[in-house]
Design a protein around this ligand. Structure first.
Ligand SMILES: [Fe+2]
Ligand SMILES: [Fe+2]
Length: 169
């Protein structure tokens, strides 16, 4: 049985992961409006990954005989100044999510909830990759600057991202 505090925090994290999906989908829509289909594809794949993250928490709560209770989402950012700003926002967002996952892990330690600690380890590792992925694009976009040919090539490269199969966790 899942403890009340962990159940509450994991329900909150379902919301946070769904908000991430919502935010990335909004970023994808912005990239479409800027005629950057590759950037849009990357963000769309990212949005689907966040949806999967939400479902991992959803299924884990159910497996532990907890109660899933969905909550209202805030509106995502809609307007951005540039592709660089989109990815800077994405990086900032992932850093906030990392802090949330760390808080959740700390709670599981305080509650002596070993199953939750093991479950959360996948997310701890995932966040390292999430920050790196967004950070790498930020660095590349800084080098691209206002060179439209380089932006075109980067758009093509990012468009090759497909939905990766996530290992079970
Ligand atoms: Fe996530
Ligand atoms: Fe993420």
């Amino acid at each position: 049985m899942l403890g009340t505090a962990i159940e509450e925090a994991m329900n909150e994290q379902i919301k946070n992961e769904l908000f991430s999906a919502y935010q990335y989908l909004s970023m994808s829509a912005y990239c479409e409006s800027e005629n950057l289909p590759g950037f849009a594809q990357w963000m769309r794949a990212q949005s689907r990954e966040e949806m999967e993250h939400a479902m991992k928490f959803y299924d884990f709560i159910l497996e532990r005989n907890g109660r899933v209770a969905l909550r209202a989402l805030d509106g995502p950012l809609v307007e951005f100044g540039s592709p660089l700003e989109v990815f800077e926002q994405a990086l900032e967002h992932e850093r906030r999510v990392t802090a949330m996952i760390n808080d959740l892990y700390a709670l599981a330690v305080r509650e002596n909830d070993y199953a939750s600690q093991t479950f959360l380890q996948w997310f701890v590792t995932e966040q390292v990759e999430e920050e790196k992925n967004a950070g790498d694009v930020v660095e590349t976009l800084k080098m691209v600057g206002d060179k439209s040919e380089a932006l075109f090539l980067l758009d093509r490269e990012l468009g090759q991202r497909r939905m990766e199969e996530q290992p079970a966790g």
